[in-house]
Design a protein around this ligand. Structure first.
Ligand SMILES: Nc1ncnc2c1ncn2[C@@H]1O[C@H](COP(=O)(O)OP(=O)(O)O)[C@@H](O)[C@H]1O
Ligand SMILES: [Mg+2]
Length: 283
């Protein structure tokens, strides 16, 4: 099976600035350290790790919401293979349709002053203005696919519950028929019962729309339920990877064991006691 996304040796370094008036750059911190993985077409790959381990930075660098310091991310676009790391923003624009993101916080990511119909239609307006007459129909179809009523189009996001708002965010992300969908803590803000409904919806949509997921979560139970394979990130590096069942039953790395032992109490803002990098084989 061909990889939809092939990431190799991807690193992201941020400048560390001096405190005070002049704020010279004094050093760099490595948020993502030589990460490599392959995501097959139709796959569902988890990225787990505690808060601050570099998960969001990694996926933002792949989608070029920020610039990686080095490495490659080969994406099989409709027009052939491209290295996302080598493209400028103009060259990336037509590819945006094929790669979409679902965010953690449905409250923050939906414009409260726009009606749901406008929110979901916005990617169509930007990327497919030529087909304006079909937008309304496509928006209604997408809303129904995510389990919302067609009346939602004329209402504002505040009229909806957390789970329903996340469905609006999913509709917006999928309206352009993307190939790759990056979910960054997509269900982390939801109650457990609502989480299961949204995860089941994402699974159904994966079948119906032929999606490939890169699924970031700090919650290992969610990843175990949802993903086929997972990467475990610690301080910017991948310390372990493999099929979820194998990883959960026979974790090899101390950090994975530590993450597993923290279930179910681990919360996104809790930082685990640092382990010695050398015992993890990172140095
Ligand atoms: N724009 C930025 N500038 C400087 N440091 C950043 C920036 N974004 C993230 N970081 C740092 O990179 C590290 C990884 O952060 P992040 O990718 O958000 O982790 P996660 O998503 O796993 O919680 C953290 O130490 C964070 O403080
Ligand atoms: Mg994050």
């Amino acid at each position: 099976m061909t990889a939809l996304l092939d990431v190799s040796n991807l690193s992201v370094r941020f400048p560390v600035m001096e405190q005070g008036i002049f704020r010279r750059q004094v050093s760099e911190m490595t948020a993502v350290n030589k990460v490599s993985f392959s995501l097959p077409q139709g796959g569902n790959l988890g990225i787990v790790g505690e808060s601050g381990s570099g998960k969001t930075t990694l996926v933002r660098a792949i989608l070029r919401a920020l610039d990686p310091s080095e490495g490659a991310a080969i994406f099989q676009s409709q027009h052939g293979a491209v290295d996302l790391c080598q493209l400028n923003q103009d060259q990336l624009k037509p590819l945006r349709k094929e790669m979409q993101m679902i965010f953690q916080d449905p409250f923050a990511s939906l414009n409260p002053r726009m009606k749901v119909g406008e929110i979901v239609a916005e990617p169509l307006v930007i990327h497919e203005p030529e087909s304006a007459e079909s937008h309304r129909e496509r928006v209604i179809d997408m809303l129904e696919r995510v389990g919302l009523d067609r009346d939602a189009v004329s209402r504002f996001p505040h009229a909806f519950s957390g789970g329903q708002r996340q469905r609006i965010g999913i509709a917006r992300a999928l309206i352009l028929n993307p190939a790759l969908v990056v979910c960054d803590e997509a269900v982390s803000a939801l109650d457990v019962s609502v989480q299961a409904q949204v995860l089941n919806l994402l699974k159904d949509l994966q079948q119906d729309m032929n999606l490939t997921y890169l699924f970031v979560a700090h919650d290992l139970n969610v990843v175990r339920y949802f993903c086929d394979e997972t990467l475990v990130m610690y301080q910017g590096s991948i310390v372990e990877s493999g099929p979820v069942d194998k990883l959960f039953e026979h974790p090899v790395h101390d950090y994975t064991k530590l993450l597993l032992s923290a279930i179910p109490s681990i919360d996104p803002d809790q930082t685990l006691t640092p382990l010695d990098r050398s015992t993890l084989g990172l140095d």
